[in-house]
Design a protein around this ligand. Structure first.
Ligand code: GLN
Length: 478
């Protein structure tokens, strides 16, 4: 059994045809994690009991000859910012090191209801703040394609496990690029759905108006299968949208001929690595040769996206992280002698430096006297960025860009320079701010054999079109 190339369909089919059991498949993955994950560091916690119970349930269905559900027996990993009942959930932070949630995140519950076998929880930057997974309070993740390099972040563990073959698919979260950028660095597929497409219930909040859950997979088809499972209205999240969920897999096969693909010059300027540029330009040529019409578009406010993101995201983070006070969740300082000291010391001991930096920035941006100058201004620019996309999508069906200005950088290269780290998301934050969906797919390699990612952005709730384009590109490339 070759775990490296295993997709949802070939795992599920092999189990339903009795060629292997879900239990033996889970055991094979755990053996692989045991031997290979020491180097990579993608997992924080294994959930063997829960996984084996689900696998046994799938084996019973298969042995009766009944059809398996869409993810029947498929081994998956969950980014450790999604709560899992009875399974430790840390958000990559010391403050939640011992936290065992009493309920499941909706996306996790839907994966499991569809038959997924949850192997464990994936390492990530603390509270999903970062672009390299070096901000994990536990240990960094290494890129399986080159162990001296980062896997991207913050869903670095989720991307690395798919690339290393220690999970078939994983869930990640994207607030400013954290699904697409690590997918690009590790050479896998990463899909950020439209804001509201997937419930955020049970996702530990970083910036509520920007947070999205989505899949990391080996193939575009697998991303389509997982999105169908996790998407749709959830009464537990008032921002989840009541919009019909199409059959994404059926939509994949529709021809791409005649689709209008936008190329925004703002995404090909200064700072873009030459090898990334030529791989992305070749991918655009290839879409043209498949019959797509390539149309120049402009997203004129793009240059303001990073500062806007870091005002909005830190402001919301400072409010969301106020709940970690040593009273209700997680770590409580043993040194405190009174109540306010207990709050202060618990937070001081529990949060890492990047999280503290963001709480300070966000608190400042929201404080009386500065609110209008920073937060309100940022919200106004955010509307302009969203309008840029509305205008562009009047002319085109999708927009293609590089996912990241460079391929994976080295561990330690940017960790002491937060501003350089923030620029790793220059092409991804715009979609989060506008709430439009985006996918990153592999489109080439550098001379050093590092993967390069192509990003395809779409209209609100039109994941079907970006998946279709991504699938066409993937098929033409292989
Ligand atoms: N790298 C960005 C940040 O540090 C995005 C993180 C994310 O999408 N969760 O905020």
């Amino acid at each position: 059994m070759n775990l490296d190339n295993l997709t949802i369909d070939n795992a599920r089919t092999a189990i339903s045809q009795g060629k292997m059991t879900a239990t033996s498949l889970a055991a094979a993955f755990y053996a692989r994690i045991e031997s290979d994950d020491k180097q990579v560091g993608a997992y924080l916690t294994l959930s063997k009991e829960r996984a084996l119970a689900k696998a046994a349930e799938m084996d019973t269905i298969a042995s009766r000859g009944d059809p398996l559900p869409p993810l029947g027996g498929v081994p998956v990993g969950i980014k450790d910012v999604m709560v899992t009942r009875g399974v430790r959930t840390t958000a990559g932070s010391k403050i939640l090191e011992q936290y065992v949630p009493p309920y499941d995140c909706t996306a996790v519950a839907r994966m499991e209801a569809a038959g997924a076998v949850i192997l464990g929880k994936m390492n990530c930057d603390e509270f999903a703040m970062g672009s390299s997974t070096e901000n994990s309070a536990f240990h960094p993740v290494r890129n399986p394609r080159d162990l001296k390099r980062v896997p991207g972040g913050s869903s670095g563990g989720s991307a690395a496990a798919v690339a290393a073959g220690t999970a078939v698919v994983t869930l990640g979260s994207d607030t400013g690029g954290s699904i697409r950028q690590p997918a690009s660095f590790c050479g896998v597929v990463g899909l950020m759905p439209t804001y509201g497409r997937v419930s955020r219930y049970g996702l530990i909040a970083f910036a509520s108006s920007l947070d999205h859950i989505g899949p990391l997979t080996k193939t575009v088809k697998d991303a389509a299968i997982v999105l169908r499972v996790i998407a749709g209205r959830d009464p537990m999240d008032s921002t989840s949208a009541d919009v019909p969920v199409p059959d994404y897999v059926a939509e994949l096969e529709k021809p791409v001929k005649g689709l209008r693909v936008g190329v925004a010059r703002e995404y090909f300027g200064e700072g873009l690595d030459a090898e990334v540029r030529s791989a992305v330009e070749a991918a655009i040529q290839q879409l043209a040769s498949l019959g797509c019409e390539v149309v120049p578009v402009s997203l004129p406010h793009t240059e303001y996206a990073i500062p806007t993101y870091y005002v909005v995201a830190t402001a919301e983070a400072s409010a969301n992280l106020a709940r970690f006070d040593g009273v209700r969740y997680g770590h409580r300082s043993k040194r405190a002698t009174n109540l306010s000291e207990m709050y202060r010391l618990s937070r001081d001991e529990g949060f890492g430096p990047e999280v503290k930096r963001r709480i300070m920035l966000g608190t400042y941006a929201l404080s009386a006297g500065y609110y209008d100058a920073y937060y309100l201004k940022a919200q106004r620019v955010r509307s302009l960025l969203a309008q840029d996309f509305d205008e562009a999508f009047k002319k085109v069906d999708a927009i293609v860009t590089p996912t990241s200005p460079t391929a994976a950088f080295r561990l330690g290269e940017k960790v002491n320079d937060p501003l350089a780290m923030y620029l790793a998301d220059i092409y991804t934050v715009t979609a989060d701010l506008a709430g439009v969906p985006g996918i990153s797919i592999p489109c080439g390699e550098t001379q050093e054999k590092l993967p390069i990612g192509l990003q395809i952005l779409g209209r609100h709730f039109d994941e079907a079109t970006i998946l279709r384009l991504a699938h066409a590109h993937e098929r033409a490339r292989l």
